[in-house]
Design a protein around this ligand. Structure first.
Ligand code: ADP
Ligand code: ADP
Length: 236
């Protein structure tokens, strides 16, 4: 069974048809990269997976469970949606860290608020997640005292500390100076190696070619092909 099953999904922004009958199966434990020109609908599709963006027709199922709707056309309660989203980690282009909190605080906060862990438990788990992204020695730093690459790794640590079954990445390296891109891609590669199910919108063709298990190409709102990464370089 697929980790995420996307079937005949359509999405409109007013009259603009942003996703056209998109079908895609995301296999568990694998990395799927979404690539294509700017404006082709990659980010919209990614955001539909956790219903940050509402789709208008079709179905998206996470481990078999419909997300966003109880049944076609009937929306799911906010509580149920939040519950489903808890198992989905999301990393954006912008890091969205709290500036007044340390790296440790940024990762621990959600564990206290969303998971209900005690402060001590949350900090222990946060420290583990930060060590995993190579930031064991930066836990006490505030975001302003971290590089962009380090801030993005904190954002990844914050997501993995919640123990998601699925991670969504929306151009996680596009806001970074070129010399900092590699450290973030390496962390993502490590996660991939551990069998995390990942969907990654990216312009990093090297990452797509070497780390992805499948590459989905989007063009003008349509998913025009799904391929093995080896063939990326041959795509027009
Ligand atoms: P990509 O991620 O491939 O660059 P997007 O999914 O961000 O593309 O956008 C796809 C298309 O939908 C673009 O033409 C964009 O202008 C349009 N779009 C995205 N978000 C909105 C919105 N909130 N309202 C109207 N149009 C939007
Ligand atoms: P990116 O190219 O990094 O996806 P954009 O500048 O296209 O970023 O979009 C930034 C934000 O504006 C997103 O939240 C997107 O949904 C929204 N957006 C994009 N295009 C439009 C549009 N044509 N009308 C309204 N909102 C849009």
């Amino acid at each position: 069974a697929s980790a995420v099953d996307i079937r005949k999904v359509n999405k409109y922004y007013g009259p603009f048809h942003a996703l056209k009958d998109v079908d895609l199966a995301i296999p568990p434990g694998k990395v799927t990269c979404l690539i294509g020109p700017s404006g082709s609908g990659k980010s919209t599709l990614l955001r539909c997976i956790n219903f940050l963006e509402e789709y208008d027709s079709g179905e998206i199922r996470i481990d078999g469970q419909l997300i966003g709707y109880e049944a076609p056309g009937r929306k799911m309660s906010g509580r149920k949606l939040r519950e489903m989203r808890r198992s989905i980690g999301m990393v954006f282009q912008q890091f969205n860290l709290w500036p007044h909190m340390t790296a440790l605080g940024n990762v621990a906060e959600g564990l206290v608020r969303v998971r209900g862990l005690s402060k001590a438990e949350a900090q222990a788990r946060a420290a583990e997640a930060l060590a995993k992204v190579g930031l064991a020695d930066k836990m006490g730093n505030h975001p302003a005292r971290l590089s962009g690459g380090q801030q993005q790794r904190v954002a990844i640590a914050r997501a993995i500390a919640m123990e998601p079954r699925l991670m969504l990445f929306d151009e996680p390296t596009s806001a970074l100076d070129p010399e900092l891109v590699g450290e973030v891609l390496n962390v993502m590669k490590t996660l991939a190696g551990e069998g995390m199910t990942m969907v990654v919108v990216t312009h990093e063709m090297g990452f797509a070619a070497h780390v992805a298990d499948q590459v989905a190409f989007m063009e003008k709102g349509e998913l025009v092909g799904v391929d093995s990464p080896g063939r990326i370089l041959h795509h027009p």
